[in-house]
Write a new protein. Structure first.
Lengths: 346, 346
């Protein structure tokens, strides 16, 4: 029996519109915080397949979403390429030795050697595959990666950034160096996602969280083309696995979107009607409630009804337009899920 | 004799397309750093008319821009409303006591009482008016304010924010409270800008730096309508003073833009061709080179030529699509200005 979520991704008719939330396995859930506390810290949790599988499953039972997304972090990739990731309390991710030159890139572990080091991710997926199959509720498992550009921003800046000035200086004054990083990361990501598929995921999502840092005229060159290359590599080998692309905050690029993938994730800043007009014929659309609406049940209902009116249960997956924030009440997250189910007739 | 920059803002034909840069009086200039060091810190510089006038004038001579923009900070407004602004070294602005409830708003100084406290700004303008008139080079002086929404984000969060979760929680779960803040700020801004005009500015710019934090469906309600209210108040009394609106990062709202003002500032994330299609008939357009292109002369030339090709010297003012960054070489800023002048025939 095929899974409803997978069918929806592939554009097939489904009995209702499935719903999930970005960061649904996260800090707004007390049950997540308990497992994380036991694991010691965020990175330990990513490295511990049993605990990571546990938090992946939690939102299925607690908020009732229709798909599970692997619990992990996009930065495990550069970490296993040799970049020494750490998360300092309250400060976000840090790489101690950011990339500044050719030699820094040459020193990075590449290709299959790097991808093969991510065993804890594949072990988490295998555990999840088993647990999900045992449940028998036909819940799909989404695997994911960061887009090469988004990963590169951390590898070059050494941490999160407001201005992206170091990587943009590289983009404009030494584009070859940036392309060299992006190519090396792309090769690892292809193999990493292939191994995620082999371990048992049903769907791939590629997050380009920092898409909006690139001007429209340069977005294809420095990010989208690499995402498409990954999608095409996977589609050729695993045509039955749907691929979701999520480039955040770049609606001015929608006219130029191309590539062999299935679902386009719409961020909250882009009106769904605009996305439907530009992309709805070519791709299934996912999204896009503004996550801060989760602070108010009334505002959740307003948005879910508006999105449903635009999409009309056709070629659509409900989601937020970005990750859920830690201070959202759990009952409001439940309200979002149940409102999506109500309007789409589940 | 009318000023070319003012004529360009009003949509009149001019012998060339004028150019200026957001944050042109700023940290990339060693001459600015010297004055700032002498003033002690950033806020002292804002409070010192002689020093503020000095740094306002600097880019005219050093990089050759066609307009001067008053040196000040948008947060002097909430500071004089009683909010106790400070700038901690390397941390950005802080308000010690953010607004959380009705009583906090009632305690704020409002209307003419708050606007009248900004004497150091009006004194800076008077000094500049005198110095610019003495130069006899018909350089226009731009005054400015932050949009009520952008000011409110700092007043509610107490500082800069990545997620805006405190103000967005207010937006969605207690919109009346947010509107109460926005109304009180709007009243002060109207009078503040009127006093800037009376002191001698030639042009008004309203910066909505955090426009992109609001979803398109709510942008008019929580920000644009207040900006339009300010513009209409000023236009009724001072129809000859051009008004520039700069809502950053909200191109999906361009279809809904309305109001009585002259120039629309286009941010770097919005292709100029898109802005022209949506808004070029109604408003003069300002912008929009991606400021990080200032890291490379070649990339400056590419962008300036592209923008010129789209706008064709008609109803256009050259500018960056956001502020210049501190680590830009001065000679590249000069290259930007001279390339704009070259392509537009100055």
């Amino acid at each position: 029996m095929s899974k409803i979520f997978v069918d929806a991704c592939l554009g097939k008719e489904t009995p209702y519109t499935p719903v999930w939330m970005m960061r649904q396995a996260g800090r707004y859930l007390p049950e997540y915080m308990a497992v994380r506390k036991e694991a010691g810290n965020f990175l330990n949790l990513c490295h511990n397949p049993k605990a990571a599988a546990e938090v992946t499953i939690q939102p299925l039972d607690i908020v009732g979403v229709d798909a599970a997304i692997l619990f992990s972090d996009i930065l495990v990739i550069p970490d296993e390429m040799g970049m020494d990731l750490s998360f300092l309390q309250g400060e976000g991710p840090k790489f101690s030795d950011p990339i500044t030159c050719d030699e820094d890139i040459d020193r990075l572990i590449g290709g299959d050697e790097a991808a093969s080091k991510l065993t804890y991710v594949f072990d988490t997926i295998k555990l999840l595959r088993k647990r999900l199959d045992e449940r028998g509720d036909e819940i799909a498992l989404i695997g994911f990666t960061g887009a090469p550009w988004t990963l590169a921003t951390y590898m070059i800046e050494g941490q999160g950034t407001k201005t992206y000035n170091i990587c943009k200086k590289m983009m404009y004054s030494n584009p070859d160096l940036l392309h060299k990083i992006l190519k090396k990361v792309t090769e690892v990501v292809k193999l990493y996602m292939e191994k995620q598929i082999q371990a048992g995921i049903d769907v791939v999502q590629i997050f380009d969280s920092w898409a909006s840092a690139i001007e429209t005229d340069k977005y294809d060159e420095f990010s989208w083309s690499y995402m498409v290359e990954i999608a095409e590599y996977l589609k050729e080998k695993y045509p039955e696995i749907p691929i979701i692309m999520f480039p955040k905050g770049i609606s001015a690029f929608y006219d130029k979107v191309y590539g062999n993938f299935d679902v386009f994730g719409v961020d909250w800043a882009t009106p769904m009607a605009l996305a439907k007009e530009k992309l709805g014929d070519k791709y299934v659309l996912q999204g896009n409630m503004e996550p801060c609406r989760l602070y108010s049940k009334e505002m959740i209902t307003e948005s879910v009804e508006n999105i449903q009116k635009v999409m009309g249960s056709k070629r659509h997956i409900f989601n937020l337009g970005h990750g859920i924030l830690p201070d959202v009440p759990v009952e409001n997250a439940k309200h979002f899920v149940s409102e999506c189910q109500r309007v789409s007739g589940k």
